[in-house]
Structure formats: C-alpha cells, structure tokens
Design a protein around this ligand. Structure first.
Ligand code: NAD
Ligand code: GLY
Length: 370
C-alpha cells in the first residue's frame, strides 16, 4: 500500500463550530496551517516542560508571522498535574500579560496540555479562541478532536470540564519521532479502539501495520491518524455533546478510568488503562453473548502486539471487583449510580448498556492480575 504524504484535511462537520484537522509532517513550520485563526493580536502557546524545549521555538517563530505578540507558558509535565492548580497558572499568565478575549491559546503537547488549554480557553473571559497542536499519537487521533476539554478531580477522571471546540487542529506527524515508545503504544490503544466500535476493515489494517506504526513509519502514522480522525469526525458530527452515539468513543474507558483513578493518576498511562479496559469490556460483551471468544482473542492479541497491557491491575487485595465497581460508579455515563458500559455488539458495532454487577465482577476477577 502506498500513501500520499501531502497535506490531509479532515473536516469536523459542526456548522458554525466546524473546523478542519490538518495532518502532515512539518506543520509546525507552516503558517498556512494556522490560516483559520484571525491574524494579529496576542497568541499564548501553552505547552509543558518536556514538549516546550523540543518544539515551542519553532511554533513561536511560525506564529510570529501571524500574531503581533507571542507568549509562552510551560506547565509541569504529567497527568497528576491536570488539576485546578495548574489550570489556574494559565489564567495567571493570561491576566498578568493583560491578554484580552481575542487572545488565541495554542495547545502544544499531548492530551493533558490539550485538555487543560481547551478548558482554560472555554473559561477565560467566558471564551477565548484556541488551536490544538497535538504532539502525541493519542492526542492526534483522539483528544485534540471533538472539543472535550477539562481536568481531573481526585475522585474521578475528567470530571470537571466543558465542550469547547478549537478553531483548528494541526497534527505535525514529524513531532511523533521524539515520542517515547511507551507513549506511542499508549496512542495505539485509541487507534485500535476505532476498529471494534466502527470499522473492522481499519482493524485489519492495524493488524497488518502494527509493527510499522510502532517503528514510527510516517506513512503508516499518516493513515492511522487520518482514518481515526475521520471516524471520530463522523461520530462527533452526529452527537457533539454525547447525548447518545458519542459514548461509543469511550470503549474501554469505564474500566480504564477506574484503573487510572484507582492507581493514582500517572501510574498507568491513559492509553494503557484504556487497553486493559478494552479487553475487559470485550470480555463483558462475550459474557453477554454479543461477540464470540475468537473476536476477544483477536483484540487481545493486537493489544499485546501494540505493546500494551491486556490485564487490569489489582486495585484492592481484599475486594478488587468491589473497588472497580465503586470507582466506575463515578463514571460520566453512570445514571443514578448505575454503570453503563460500552460493549461490542458484533465486530464493528458498539452499544451502551447497564450490566448486572455479578457479571461485571466475574469479568474483573478473570481479567486482573498483579
Ligand atoms: P500526555 O499529554 O501526558 O503526553 C504523554 C507524554 O509525552 C508527556 O510526558 C508529554 O510531555 C510527552 N510528549 C508529548 N509530545 C511529545 C513529543 N512529541 N516528543 C516527546 N515527548 C512528548 O498524554 P497523552 O497520552 O497525549 O494524553 C492523555 C490525556 O488525554 C489524558 O488526560 C486523557 O484523559 C486525555 N484524553 C482526552 C480526550 C478528549 O477527547 N479530550 C480523549 C482521550 C484522552
Ligand atoms: N475520547 C472520547 C470522546 O471524545 O468522546
């Protein structure tokens, strides 16, 4: 298979809130990638202490061709800093620099920077424009797209936030070259997710190209990012605020969020928790007769080949399943304490439903180790 590495454009069809995702190597240096942003005024690049030294100079030089003033802010790096305290440092910077409501925030980094910067933009003076410049695979295929922004609460993952769409998303594939292998694998979890919920032909393709993806082959990455964004765009275009369909994008996340909160944010990467969570959700689907054992084995095999965990951690030596259930009741899909799971209703199709605790407990008991 050959791939064109020319610029790819994936539109997010949300009428007046619609925008394009641009995908290509080298976009950081291309002012045209930011043509959707009104020129002039102030830009604030929000990044972190890892990504800033790698890429902020280049982005700042590009943005200086479009904005009168380009400011920078480096946040501490890590999921454990996705908090009110860190969010407040963005407001401190904006107010100290007398940034007005037209100031454009640029989120340069992974999903943590993107979610926090987007939320800051949603709140600052009741709404400032922002642009996503995602530099992890996970952020390019998922978190930068669709307008979910927010922070964690000690009691629950991503519990405080807003739906707030960016003006544009610029995915520079070349930035993925510096991503640590563990982080690349974590991003593959969100790529793999799109197969069982929406597109088994894409799942076949990932099976064939997982080694190329792990080796950071830019043509393979270009295809993975494009197809993931197309699937996400189609879902978000139908259900921007998750009143129904959009919940399918959370396949594996109910278990995954429990793992992240239960172990302490940052112990497992988000993609790792989602990977083990997808196996558990697939096992639950099998227990309900929605998919067969070979399908679950195939998913488990691909997740393992992507370098990701296929078993959940033990969160409580006394009552592990009880602890998972307790954490999962705080999930955003829960209704009056009743947990709703994204299940696979035949390969390539997802459904959302409540499941009796006894069946969930049995799956947790089978799927956790360590
Ligand atoms: P992350 O933002 O923590 O980035 C992972 C690590 O890679 C960090 O240490 C970061 O500094 C580093 N990094 C980033 N780009 C790099 C590069 N090019 N080279 C070298 N190092 C680089 O984690 P993530 O996996 O990108 O995002 C996870 C977050 O995204 C979670 O908080 C999750 O809840 C959120 N998320 C949000 C959505 C959404 O729809 N908003 C969807 C999925 C996940
Ligand atoms: N990552 C899930 C969503 O955007 O809805």
């Amino acid at each position: 298979m050959s791939f064109a590495l020319a610029l790819t454009r994936v539109p997010i069809p949300l009428a007046e809130r619609g925008y394009d995702i641009l995908i290509a190597p080298g976009l950081l240096d291309d002012p045209a990638a930011f043509a959707a942003v009104p020129p002039g005024g102030t830009a604030l690049i929000v990044t972190n202490t890892t990504v800033g030294p790698l890429y902020a100079d280049r982005l700042a030089a590009t943005l200086a061709q479009r904005h009168a003033r380009v400011l920078r802010l480096e946040l501490p790096d890590g999921e454990q800093f996705k908090t009110w305290q860190t969010l407040n440092t963005i407001f401190d910077a904006l107010l100290t620099q007398q940034a007005d409501r037209r100031t454009v925030l640029y989120a340069l980094g992974g999903g943590v920077v993107g979610d926090m910067t987007g939320f800051a933009a949603a709140c600052y003076m009741r709404g400032a424009p922002f642009v996503q410049v995602p530099t992890t695979l996970l952020a390019q295929v998922d978190s930068s797209v669709g307008g979910k922004t927010g922070i964690n609460h000690p009691l629950g993952k991503n519990m405080i936030g807003a739906f707030y769409q960016p003006l544009a998303v610029a995915c520079d594939l070349a930035t993925l070259k510096t991503l640590p292998p563990r982080e690349l694998s974590a991003g593959l979890a969100e790529v793999i997710k799109y197969g069982p919920i929406a597109d088994m032909a894409f799942f076949d393709w990932i099976e064939q190209h997982v080694q190329a993806l792990r080796a950071c082959d830019v043509a393979a990455l270009a295809h993975a990012v494009r197809r993931s964004c197309e699937i996400k765009a189609a879902v978000v275009g139908q259900d921007e605020r998750e009143s129904g369909l959009r919940a399918i994008l959370n396949f594996g996340h109910t278990f995954g969020h429990a793992i992240e909160a239960g172990l302490g944010y940052g112990a497992w990467l988000h993609g790792e928790a989602v990977a083990a969570g997808m196996v558990m959700a697939a096992e639950l689907s099998r227990a309900l007769g929605l998919v067969d054992a070979p399908f679950v084995a195939r998913l488990r095999g691909l997740i393992a080949r992507a370098g990701l965990p296929v078993q959940g951690p033990v969160l409580d030596a006394q009552d592990n399943a009880g602890r998972y259930l307790e954490l999962m009741r705080i999930d955003k899909k829960a209704v009056q304490g009743e947990i709703r799971f994204v299940l696979i209703d035949g390969p390539g199709r997802a459904t959302v439903r409540a499941v009796p605790d006894t069946q969930v407990r049995a799956v947790i008991d089978r799927c956790c180790a360590g």
